[in-house]
Design a protein around this ligand. Sequence first.
Ligand code: NAD
Ligand code: UFG
Length: 344
Amino acid sequence: MPRRVLITGGAGFIGSHTALVLLEQGYELVVLDNFDNSSPEALERVKELTGSNSLDFVEGDVRDLDAVNRAFDCGGPIDGVIHFAGLKAVGESVADPLRYWDVNLNGSRVLAAAMEQHQCRTLVFSSTSTVYGEPEVFPLHEQMPTAPVHPYAQTKCAVEQMLGALCRSRDWRVACLRYFNPVGAHPSGRIGEDPLGIPNNLFPFITQVASGRRDKLRIFGQDYPTHDGTGIRDYLHVMDLAEAHSVTLGHLFQATAPHQLTLNIGTGYGLSVLDVVHGFEQATGLPIAYEFVERRPGDVPKLEGCPQKAKDILGWSAQRDLAQMCRDGWAWQQANPMGYRTNP
Ligand code: NAD
Ligand code: UFG
């Protein structure tokens, strides 16, 4: 019998790529999403790319217990859950912290309660490298203290703690994946990142400058203590991240004892904003106009983690380089200049 997995937020950027990988591996899926930041078209394209019909869909909010129960009841029993549904913009979380605590923490609490009701206690949770705060020692290891500096990261830390308590009190198997910066798209160019309005994140901003939708990139800060003064992050291909979810889930399904696993998911190599801009120019042959502006509030100079624990435990490591992230991200942008919205 194929395993059946609930994916909350499965229509989003990382969720849609993960759904594709899991369908290709023969899983049955049910996606719960309220389309707060995504489009149903993403799921149609996942079906089209995989040729699979093993994808059920429930439109609803993860904070709504009835909606989550509908997802649990819409087919056979759910063996495990991947919880992507949440909000992710750092600046927005500073401006509207209650919304972040509600969606990210309360949503996770309601989901966990539904999982308890259905005796489904296997969960992969989307955490973030921003839980490390503003670290000074690199690379970051999972056992280092967390010190979140904005509400977004604080909500993710709180959920990690809530899940830790569940693992200690009951028979749960939980993996908290602390992602670094996922970018790029499926190589088909059919699914990708589709931010609403002006992109918050570097990579979609660059691809929109390349396509002429924005006139220039604004680089936030040129006086950071880094090799060229711009901020450093660990960018990883979204397909590598999607594959990390499938191996994590396989690992949890094999686990014989309850436990909480916390893993950095990145390449281990940090790149500055200018490194990414120049890498994109080289990979695509397209010039990216930019200007330097003030630092963005909440940004830290550098985040760079060690992914060795994921390699040791899961056998997973990132396989795709920056050139491939740029080529695939650009192919998606070129084929879908307005994202999913205006395309058939
Ligand atoms: P995304 O916005 O593309 O996907 C999130 C999905 O969740 C969307 O489809 C959205 O419609 C859905 N959603 C939001 N609120 C919901 C709610 N209340 N009920 C049901 N569905 C809801 O974001 P993403 O980049 O795919 O991120 C997925 C997860 O990974 C998030 O939890 C995010 O915090 C985390 N994460 C993302 C990054 C990143 O750089 N993209 C890095 C670290 C962690
Ligand atoms: N940047 C610019 N100009 C832009 C956008 C970003 O210079 O228009 C810079 C930022 O200052 C930073 C770097 O590019 O130095 C990366 O910024 P992003 O906004 O792309 O990513 P963040 O590292 O700030 O945050 C992202 C997600 C979070 C997630 C985190 C994980 O938004 O949800 O990665 O590391 F938790």
